[in-house]
Every structure is written in C-alpha cells, then in structure tokens.
Design a protein around this ligand. Structure first.
Ligand SMILES: CC(C)(COP(=O)(O)OP(=O)(O)OC[C@H]1O[C@@H](n2cnc3c(N)ncnc32)[C@H](O)[C@@H]1OP(=O)(O)O)[C@@H](O)C(=O)NCCC(=O)NCCS
Length: 219
C-alpha cells in the first residue's frame, strides 16, 4: 500500500547539505533553498535567459516577471512545502559558497515504486566546469542512500547535448524516447528518458566521479 505523504515535518533525507566536491569550476556543494537566495537567483536567471529558457518547461508570464527577485519567495515557499511533505528534495548549488544553480529531485513516489526524477541547471559562468555532474552525483547518492529511493530518472531533449553529456558521465542508462512529452519553450517536445536504479551504482555516483578523476574530495 502506498503511504499518503505526511502533511508536515521531516522525511528521510530532508533537510540535507551535501559536499563539497572539488571540480574544475571550484568547490561544489548543495543545500536547501533559503529565502535570501532570491537576489542571486534572480540576477543569474535574468542574465542567463538565452542559456536556460529553451530547455525549461513553458510557464505563464514573461521571463522577467517569473525570474524577478519578488518571484523567489513564492517558489521558495512552495519548494519548502513540497519538501516537508516528502514529495521533493530541492537543492541549491553553490560554487565556492556562491549560488550557482539548482538540482531538484521531484515527484517522489514511495510504496512499491520508490522513484523520482532529477532536474538541474547551472549558471552560465560555471558551465563546462563539472558543476552539474558533481551536484547530481551528490544528490542522487543521497536520494538512494538516505532518502530510500530505488530509481531516479532524467528526461532530456535529444538536442540538449550538454545535459546528455552530464548523464553519460554519471553512467545513466538510456531507456527510450517519450514522444511530445513535455511543454518546453512553447511546444510539446520529445524527451529521452535516462535512469539509474540503486543496483547500477552500488558504490555511488560520487565514487564514480572520483574514480574517473572528474572530482576530488577537498582535504
Ligand atoms: C546542461 C548543464 C546543466 C551542464 O552543466 P555543466 O556543469 O556545464 O556540466 P559539465 O561541466 O559536465 O559540461 C557538460 C558538457 O557541456 C558542454 N560544454 C562545455 N563547455 C561549455 C560551454 N562553455 N557552453 C556550453 N556547453 C559547454 C560539453 O559538452 C561538456 O561535456 P565535456 O565536459 O565532456 O566537454 C548546463 O549546461 C545548463 O544548465 N544548461 C541549461 C539548463 C539545462 O539544460 N538543464 C538540463 C535540462 S535536462
């Protein structure tokens, strides 16, 4: 039987702060979102519209309005509410202590599925620096080892080569193509589905990054 989500309080694996790992861009860590992240979040997202918008779900309103500092408290409070009910693990990414993106485990389903999706974005000034692989590795290991999930999937537009590369580095398995799956940048877009289950990574994704020299643990 699937247990109904608890209305308030903590659930396994939340709250959490994870890392740091050292990658080319700097020291990467993840933590829960805070109300005062709004200024940095908005500054980066307004600057990075060209980098982000074509990969993100279509939403009402203008980019400027949706990503204004004033839009953050609403986002923060709904992420916090979902996290408290055990439905989401929402993390902010920091590089050298500064806000640099987000990685979210969403649609957490327990019972006999124990499954969720992972989504992520990083600021344009750190792309290519290994930030997304390190953040996703930290969060997926946590979701498997502390939050009790069994499967994590990521859905990516076939055109999004950078994102596919992130998942390839981490060893996600391609499982198929979802036709007209998600409304992204104004249209229903095909998405590749990639996934991992706990059996695929008995030693964890962080160890996989360490073993391939893509990250180190700071002394
Ligand atoms: C996809 C994304 C998260 C990758 O994050 P990242 O921290 O740059 O990841 P990596 O450093 O591992 O780089 C991944 C690949 O991006 C490409 N890349 C490298 N430098 C780049 C640059 N300056 N500009 C664009 N892409 C670059 C490379 O192919 C790289 O693979 P490589 O390391 O084998 O060369 C980031 O580009 C992003 O936020 N994109 C916009 C939002 C998005 O697409 N989210 C995912 C939706 S499914």
């Amino acid at each position: 039987m699937i247990e109904p989500p608890r209305p308030l309080g903590r659930h396994p694996g939340w709250p959490a702060s994870l890392g740091p790992l050292r990658v080319a861009a700097g020291l990467v860590a993840v933590r829960g979102p805070r109300l005062w992240d709004g200024g940095a979040w908005s500054r980066i997202r307004l600057r990075d519209r060209d980098h982000l918008e074509r990969w993100e779900p279509t939403a009402p309103g203008t980019w400027e309005d949706r990503n204004a500092t004033l839009a953050w408290p609403g986002q923060w409070s709904s992420l916090r509410a979902l996290a408290r009910r055990g439905m989401t693990l929402p993390f902010v990414i920091t590089v050298d202590g500064q806000f640099a993106g987000q990685v979210t485990v969403g649609n957490v389903i327990r019972g006999s599925l124990c499954s969720a999706w992972v989504g992520y974005w990083v600021a344009s000034h750190v792309v290519g620096g290994g930030v997304a692989p390190a953040s996703v590795a930290l969060v997926v290991d946590h979701a498997f080892m502390m939050a009790g999930l069994h499967r994590i999937e990521a859905t990516v537009r076939p055109e999004n080569k950078a994102s596919l590369r992130v998942l390839e580095k981490l060893g996600f398995r391609e499982e198929g193509l979802f036709r007209r799956y998600l409304d992204v940048a104004g249209g229903w877009r095909d998405h590749l589905c990639l996934a991992l289950t706990t059996e695929d990574v008995p030693d964890g994704l962080v160890n996989r990054l360490l073993a391939t020299g893509r990250a180190t643990i700071p002394q």
